[in-house]
Ligand binder design. Structure first.
Ligand code: NDP
Length: 418
C-alpha cells in the first residue's frame, strides 16, 4: 500500500487536492504541500483546518518550500517526507523535472496538464510524443507508476471515453469533449485558472478530425449545444491535451475539444490579443525594462483563487460520443455538473479548481490501494474507468450518463467571422 503524498503547487487546484487528500489521510498518510512560496502552502493548511477537513489528526499535514525545477532538492524532499505518491499541480513547465525525481526515488507521479517549455516553439501533434511518451520505457523499467493528465479535462473526460468504449459502443465515430462554465464571478474579466497557461492554450487549435490532425484559428469554429441544467451555450473548438492521447489510445474517427465562452469573454480576449497583451514574447518599455506581456497580464488579472467566495452557478463538463452499438447508430452524453457555491462551502474553492483538484486525490487513493498502481506510464483512458468514476462519485463529482441527449450534429461548424 503506497502512502504519504507530496503535493507540488499551492494554487487553486493544489488547494482542492490538499483538502481532498486531508479528508482521506486515513488512507493516504502524511501530506506535504510544497511550492515555490511556502506561505501559500501554509494558507491551504489553515483553510483545511478551518473547514475541519482532516480525517485523521494523528497524520502529519505540513508544508515545504520547493522549486520543482531543482531535481536534487525535489528528490531530497520526497525522501525526507517518505512520500510514495507525488501530485504535480505546479505549472506544466516542471513536469519533466518532477517526473525525473519520481523515477529516481520510485515514487508514483501524477499531473493534470501536458509538459510545456516556457519558450516552446510550435509543437506538432500528438503533443505527448514530444516529452512524456518517450519516457514511458524508463517508467516501466523502474516500475514507476506515472498517470498523465488526471484532472477533469484532461482526466475524467478520458475516463468517460474509456467507459464509453467498455460499455456503450462497438465502434466510435466522434468524441466531442465539451467544457462549459455557466457561472458568474462578478469581475469584469478573469480566467478560472492560471491565465498564463490558459491563454497559451489558445495558440494553435489542433483537433483529430477524420483520422487526420486539423489546424484551426482560435475561436474560429463555433457551435451551440443545449446542455442539461445550463441550457443553450456557445462553444468554440479549442486545442487540448486529451485530444492528443485519445486520438492514439481510442479507435475514433474524430476527437474534438470544445470550450464554452460568453460573447463578453470573446470580445475582451480579442482586444487583449489584438493589442499583443497575451504574447509570451518579451517587449522593452521606454524605461528599458524587458517584460513579457502575458506575465504582466497574469499579474493584473484577478487571482483565480480570489474568485471563489462570490462565484455562483455551475460547470458542466462531459463527452458527447457518437458511434454504433449492435449495428445501430448511437449517441450518448456522459457528464458532471459541479456547483461553485457548494465547492466554496466544502473546501473554500470554486468549481473549476474543484473539478480539476478532486480527480488527482481520487487517483492517489486508487494508486495507494493498488487498483491503479500500474508501474508504467499511462494516460487515464488506458486505465479501468470504473473504480475512478465510483471514487469520484464518493468524493463530490458524480457522473451522469444520458443515453438520449440532444443531438449535436445539426449545429456543428458554424464559422465565425475572422
Ligand atoms: P496556479 O498558477 O494557481 O498555481 C500554480 C502553483 O504552482 C503556484 O503555487 C506556484 O507557486 C507553483 N509553482 C509554479 N512553478 C513552480 C516550481 N517551479 N516549483 C514549485 N512550485 C511551483 O495554477 P492552478 O492551480 O490553477 O493550476 C495548476 C495546474 O493544474 C496547472 O498545470 C494547470 O494547467 C492544471 N489544470 C488542469 C486542469 C484539468 O482539468 N486537467 C484544470 C485546471 C488547471 P508560486 O505561486 O509560489 O509561484
Amino acid at each position: 500500500m503506497r502512502k504519504n503524498v507530496l503535493i507540488v503547487g499551492a494554487g487553486g487546484v493544489g488547494h482542492v487536492t490538499a483538502h481532498k487528500c486531508a479528508q482521506h489521510n486515513d488512507i493516504l498518510g502524511d501530506i506535504c504541500i510544497a511550492s515555490r512560496t511556502k506561505v501559500k502552502c501554509d494558507k491551504i493548511i489553515e483553510s483545511i483546518k478551518r473547514k475541519n477537513n482532516i480525517k485523521d489528526p494523528m497524520k502529519k499535514l505540513h508544508s515545504a518550500q520547493l522549486d520543482a525545477l531543482d531535481i536534487p532538492a525535489t528528490i531530497k524532499l520526497i525522501n525526507d517526507t517518505g512520500s510514495q505518491i507525488v501530485i504535480n499541480l505546479a505549472q506544466p513547465y516542471v513536469n519533466m523535472s518532477l517526473l525525473t525525481a519520481c523515477i529516481k526515488t520510485g515514487a508514483s507521479y501524477m499531473d493534470t496538464a501536458i509538459h510545456e517549455e516556457p519558450d516552446r516553439g510550435e509543437e506538432e501533434p500528438p503533443w505527448y510524443a514530444n516529452y512524456e511518451w518517450p519516457r514511458r520505457d524508463e517508467c516501466r523499467k523502474k516500475g514507476v507508476t506515472a498517470i498523465l493528465g488526471v484532472g477533469f479535462d484532461p482526466g475524467v473526460v478520458n475516463a468517460y471515453a474509456a467507459l464509453a468504449v467498455k460499455h456503450y459502443f462497438d465502434t466510435i465515430d466522434t468524441i466531442d469533449i465539451m467544457d462549459v462554465n455557466a457561472g458568474n464571478h462578478g469581475k469584469y474579466f478573469a480566467t478560472n485558472f492560471d491565465p498564463e497557461i490558459n491563454f497559451r492554450e489558445f495558440r494553435k487549435i489542433w483537433n483529430w478530425i477524420d483520422r487526420k490532425w486539423r489546424l484551426d484559428k482560435v475561436h474560429s469554429v463555433k457551435m451551440i449545444y443545449d446542455f442539461p441544467v445550463v441550457g443553450r451555450q456557445s462553444l468554440y473548438l479549442t486545442g487540448h491535451d486529451e485530444v492528443h492521447s485519445l486520438s492514439k489510445n481510442i479507435d475514433a474517427d474524430s476527437v474534438r475539444f470544445w470550450m464554452g465562452f460568453s460573447d463578453h469573454y470573446i470580445n475582451v480576449f480579442s482586444v487583449l490579443t489584438s493589442l499583443g497583451l497575451t504574447s509570451e514574447f518579451p517587449v522593452k518599455t521606454a524605461e528599458g525594462l524587458e517584460v513579457i506581456p502575458l506575465k504582466v497580464l497574469r499579474a493584473v488579472l484577478p487571482d483565480p483563487l480570489s474568485l471563489a467566495p462570490n462565484y455562483t452557478g455551475v460547470t458542466c463538463i462531459g463527452d458527447f460520443i457518437k458511434g454504433t452499438k449492435d449495428g445501430k447508430g448511437k449517441e450518448i452524453l456522459i457528464y458532471n455538473i459541479c456547483d461553485h457555491a457548494r465547492c466554496y462551502k466544502e473546501v473554500e474553492s470554486q468549481a473549476i479548481s474543484y473539478t480539476a483538484g478532486v480527480p488527482p486525490a481520487a487517483a492517489a487513493i486508487l494508486i495507494s490501494r493498488g487498483d491503479w498502481d500500474i508501474k508504467t506510464m499511462v494516460n487515464v483512458e488506458e486505465l479501468n474507468p470504473e473504480p475512478f468514476i465510483e471514487r469520484l462519485d464518493k468524493m463530490g463529482l458524480s457522473t451522469i450518463v444520458d443515453e438520449k441527449p440532444p443531438s449535436l450534429k445539426p449545429i456543428l461548424d458554424i464559422k465565425c467571422p475572422a
